[in-house]
Design a protein around this ligand. Sequence first.
Ligand code: UDP
Length: 241
Amino acid sequence: SEEPSTRRRVILKLSGEALRETGSRDNISPEIVDRIANEVKEAMKTGEVELGIVVGGGNFWRGASASARGMDRATADYVGMLATVMNSLALQGALEHKGVPCVVQSAIEMKNVAETFIRRKAAKQLDDGKVVIFAAGTGSPFFSTDTTAALRASEMGAHQVLKATMVDGVYDSDPKKNADAKRFDRVSFQECISRQFKVMDSTAFSLCMDNKIPIVIFDLGKHGNVTEAILGADVGTVVDS
Ligand code: UDP
């Protein structure tokens, strides 16, 4: 139907690094992917939410790091985008294994392994209750997967971006380096941008600011947090206007 959905629609951003077991030589931990898939399944079975997922690629490769070591930036970024496709396929496999309907839409055409991103098609799949995994970032170099999450959230009319990370929110300095770092329950986009908080890049913050999409920054390490975040619980720092 043409009726707008009344369900909560969110975009979950998972960093690539989150899929790696600390200290392991494997880029992807099947156990961690399985755990995340379980958490997603818990949230989806309520039938109350529509979920898009953007996965990073930092567990394999980061364009900026390779470029700092002499590689052409655009080429390095394409390598990074391809890395996100590997992570997306791993996550899709785990979700399907648990009976969660799921599609991968890739911003770079790769039709033997994923659908090609078409905005209207993705929106329909979300309407239908499928989890849509957005692979290959924006499809353009010089962007990040955080920005991809902000972009897809804007295109899909999502209510929130949920950024799962290694810390439990936004701090005014790195809590791992500074014992006096102050944590925010809520902070404005303006403050994140002007104080250059590193938790997300400024392009991602400004896109969400312009399109009035709040971001929730939360700790992926705490079990249950992914489910709770998807269902709208107060699990981290809220960044909004
Ligand atoms: N990337 C890109 N364009 C995009 C998204 C990602 O070029 O729209 C590349 C970029 O090189 C980036 C890499 O893919 O370093 C992996 O993504 P990201 O660093 O965002 O992954 P995460 O840190 O979330 O694991």
